[in-house]
Design a protein around this ligand. Structure first.
Ligand SMILES: Cc1ncc(COP(=O)(O)O)c(C=O)c1O
Length: 476
């Protein structure tokens, strides 16, 4: 079905565009709207006549604006069908060679990364932030703790969640993963023990290992956390720290209840273990539900990690640390051995995004649609795979009826669908009866990917001994 947008809607979206000259202002406004996703790709734009009337401009203005759009790669004319939106380089522009290193992969559906494309509004926030930038150009631009207004805005999000926070408890980092590295650098030494969940987000546990820590793991089952196992592991290993992801755990999607948080905090207290709590997915409840209190409200010495990647966009490369008072110097010393601060422009963008009440709800609605499409497709096409439906976050953790995860991932990759098999997330091996399928991509791509997974599954089911490892390790 052809997607269209009315002239009236375009007129509302472009608003009061720059008229010096009008065709260039209109073209610029449309580029921003298309790049930003507010006018979606492959959408038929209104005819020149309709848009001329809706905007009250001359026909030449619209004709020249559409010509500018085509020249810049943001529209293409289809013979007899009209003018359709596109972006330069097409959808493949989204991919990166480190995450998708193989020849031909640009045509593949990449579900290796549990990270969505940008929701509408990000490009507009960038454009607005550029106007804020000149005020900072007179300084050196290094902000190892973060831009003060961003520290304040992030601290306010914790206040809103019932965890009073001073801005100087916040350190802005180039992403949550960098935050984990800074914490590892600051607080773990060679041989120090850190308790982790298994399965777990592997890049973070690698970051902890690089700090010299020895990892001890306890299971997060398909049904949730095994807190008795966590307590036993704490007693046996008395670790310095414990890394956990209580909010839509990556990869299982579980959400730790307040009662579980309270119980876990008690176990940690008994062994004097500090929690490192990764809240990368915290802002993505998809059922409109109230979220449990932050883990740090149960265990005040917790060091919390946050991220802008999942709620807004991974390309911002912004995350943060919320540390108990008094830890700032130690974190800053560790941080300046790794970098000297996050980019100023992106921090200004995030200040604007955090102040915008619309972007996050719209993003959640969009991701709920993706999740439901994925759940429906897996139920229909892979009825012998089982999973629980996460109430938020970004991924479905599927259990296969046997140890076929790696084999199915390899077969699916040959068919152009890239997913991460269970062992990628296992701390000490195993978990090959699982696969993680993120729902970051649009519904049509998810359905197509599940079709390819179903083909892969039917091949593997017939020859369970022919397993071939993918060797792919990059997961986000
Ligand atoms: C639990 C968890 N922590 C951290 C990250 C990385 O976040 P960032 O992009 O902010 O570095 C991810 C990304 O998938 C994640 O799932």
């Amino acid at each position: 079905m052809t997607r269209t947008i009315s002239a009236a809607r375009v007129a509302t979206l472009v608003g009061d565009f720059d008229r010096s000259p009008a065709y260039a202002g209109l073209a610029d406004a449309l580029v921003l709207l298309i790049g930003d996703g507010r006018i979606t790709l492959d959408t038929r734009l209104p005819s020149e006549r309709e848009l001329t009337e809706a905007l009250g401009v001359s026909r030449t203005t619209v004709t020249r604006a559409y010509a500018e759009l085509r020249d810049a790669g943001y529209a293409r004319a289809r013979q007899g069908a009209g003018t359709f939106t596109r972006v330069p380089g097409g959808r493949a522009r989204a991919h990166d060679r480190a995450l998708l290193p193989r020849a031909g992969d640009s045509d593949a559906i990449d579900l290796n990364c549990a990270a969505p494309s940008a929701p509408p509004g990000i490009a507009a926030a960038y454009a607005a932030a550029v106007a804020d930038l000149p005020a900072y150009l007179g300084g050196h631009g290094y902000f190892p703790a973060g831009l003060p207004e961003l520290q304040r805005a992030i601290a306010a999000t914790y206040d809103d969640r019932g965890l009073p926070t001073d801005p100087d408890q916040i350190m802005v980092t180039p992403g949550a993963l960098a935050a984990a590295s800074i914490i590892a650098q600051a607080f773990t030494g060679p041989g120090e023990r850190v308790l982790v969940e298994s399965p777990v987000y592997p890049n973070a546990t690698d970051a902890l290992r690089h700090g010299g820590a020895r990892l001890a793991a306890y299971p997060v089952d398909p049904d949730g956390w095994d807190l008795a196992a966590a307590a036993a592991a704490l007693r046996q290993t008395a670790p310095r720290m414990a890394y956990l992801i209580p909010d839509f755990q990556n990869p299982t999607g579980h959400l730790m209840t307040d009662a579980q948080r309270e119980e876990y905090a008690g176990h940690l207290r008994r062994t004097h273990t500090t929690a490192i709590v990764d809240e990368a997915h915290q802002a993505l409840p998809l059922e409109g539900q109230e979220m449990p209190r932050p883990f740090a409200a149960h265990a005040p010495d917790t060091i919390t990690i946050g991220s802008a990647s999942k709620a807004y966009w991974g390309g911002l490369r912004l995350g943060w640390i919320r540390a108990p008072k008094g830890m700032g110097d130690r974190l800053t010393r560790a941080r300046v051995s790794l970098d000297l601060g996050a980019p100023v422009l992106e921090q200004l963008v995030l200040v604007r995004l955090l102040a915008d009440p619309e972007i996050l709800p719209v993003n959640r609605d969009r991701l709920r649609g993706h999740r439901d499409a994925l759940v429906g497709a897996v139920r229909e096409q892979l009825p012998d795979w089982s999973f629980h439906v996460p109430t938020g976050g970004l991924a479905l953790w599927c259990r296969l009826p046997g140890s076929f995860g790696t084999a199915v991932a390899a077969e699916a990759e040959a068919r152009g669908a890239i997913v991460a098999p269970g062992p990628v997330f296992a701390v000490e091996g195993g978990l090959d009866s699982f696969l993680r399928i993120p729902w970051g991509r649009p519904a049509d791509e998810l359905t197509a990917a599940v079709g390819r997974l179903a083909e892969a599954w039917s091949v593997v089911r017939e020859r369970p001994s022919g397993r071939t490892p993918t060797g792919r390790v990059m997961v986000a």
